[in-house]
Design a protein around this ligand. Sequence first.
Ligand code: FDA
Length: 502
Amino acid sequence: DDDDVVDHLIVGSGYGGAVLGHRLTAAGHQVLMLEMGQDWSTPGKDGKVFTKMTEPDERSMWFRDRTVMPLATFLGVPIDKVIPRGPGVLDRIDFASMSVYAGRGVGGGSLVNGAMAVAPPRSLVEERMPDVNPDAFYSTYLPRAQQTLGVRSHDAAFVAESPYYQFSRVGRASAEKAGFPVVEVPSLYDPDHLQAEAEGRAPASATAQEVIFGNNHGKRDLTKSYLRLARASGRLTIRTLVRATTLARRPQGGWTVTIESVGPDGTMRPAGTVAAKRVYLAGGSVGTTELLLRSQAHGTLADLPDAVGQGWGPNGNIMVGRANHVTSPTGMKQSTIPVHGIDAWTGAARADRVFAEIAPLPAGIETWVSLYLAITDNPRRGSFGWDPARDRLTLDWSPEHAAPSVAATERVLDAINRAAGTSYRVDLFGTGKAFSDGFTYHPLGGVLLGQATDAGGRLRGHEGVYVVDGSLLPGVVGVNPYLTITAVAEMIAEGAVRDASA
Ligand code: FDA
């Protein structure tokens, strides 16, 4: 046949894909990477690559006529705006009772995320990731990930004084008043750039309402770390606006991936196949699980492990807002990059197992709101399936699944409200709703490490197919997840490079 035949094919260019891209090319291998989103390196008509959150256009969201922001309303006024359709950088994948946000483009989630680079609690790794050796994880793979990503600490004096972090200091003070420890989290947003832009010495990004639709400056996304290294090797080819749809065993050996090209209006057109000796699935929790379950449903993959589709969780994500007293303004100026987390997981005497990011609400006006993205230890798991009639992925997840997360968040936030004499904001997620339990930034699971795969990420019964992304992780990791995903991918890359040289 006239297929392209490659040795190493990576599907997706987020954390997992970028790690494999770097480690395989560094070991001398040629690598082809497929990415359904764009290469975000060309400025638009306004001279900018990405848009502000407050001025969205066709670059902002993945084929939507209207933005779908996590905050639905403010004081009863809808926040979302009409936009032209295009292959924008932020996607929201809507299932029945859960919406999953994900980055689209070269760099995956690193393009849209808040840059918080937090190490998971050791107890979590020990209890929930039995196929990961905790000593090796903390002494080898985590430092390797931190170093290659370029993780740095924020400047403590800047955080303590800048008007852009008033919101975070107010959130910190109220948590500490209630007895919860607050930690300053490391980041991939350059602290020098942050300070310079706050002082007007550098182009503004975090201080100019840029984050979930991309940052034009300051953020060390994957194109500046792993993907830059892989590209510099001269051995990485990235094909953009190409979506992998199914995987099939190739009679001659290896694997065939069917692909579609993504048209400017969002129409997907068949674009042939790519054959590869080894395939590394890095489409993220939803993307990778979808590819496998579609392949099974379409009959191209038999003998998929029963564990594929199982063990999914939203990292216990709950968003919630509090109304501060008028005497505690959170500031008209707010940086989009969070710096503080309330550690009611390992730090508190009580067993709340909640880690709450103190999130900005960069509306450009004073709101007196303290906003939190809570990560909670919810034991309930969802599962993916396939709806043959509509030929699409389904997620079995309901508000009942989220109930333990809401309860845990409520325990911590009730304590803070009691100590501060304050109350919840009930105008942010639709009228009367204090706790937003229907979306996640942190999809995890679907192809669990050690269950659907072996301890090296090799899909069971499918030699040469590796899973290297957030779909491996056990539904909750206790903190914002990309650092854990990167470290686990480093662990898998070590074995994959060994396999490739054998
Ligand atoms: P990731 O989603 O990064 O990459 C998958 C890539 O594959 C994407 O580029 C996608 O387009 C592509 N793809 C998928 N299917 C495909 C297919 N079939 N064919 C071709 N390409 C395909 N985490 C954190 O630790 N700190 C933080 O501050 C934040 N903040 C944050 C904010 C927002 C708004 C979001 C949406 C997310 C975060 N996160 C975060 C989460 C973090 O970004 C996320 O956990 C990782 O990006 C997941 O990494 P993966 O490698 O699993 O997939």
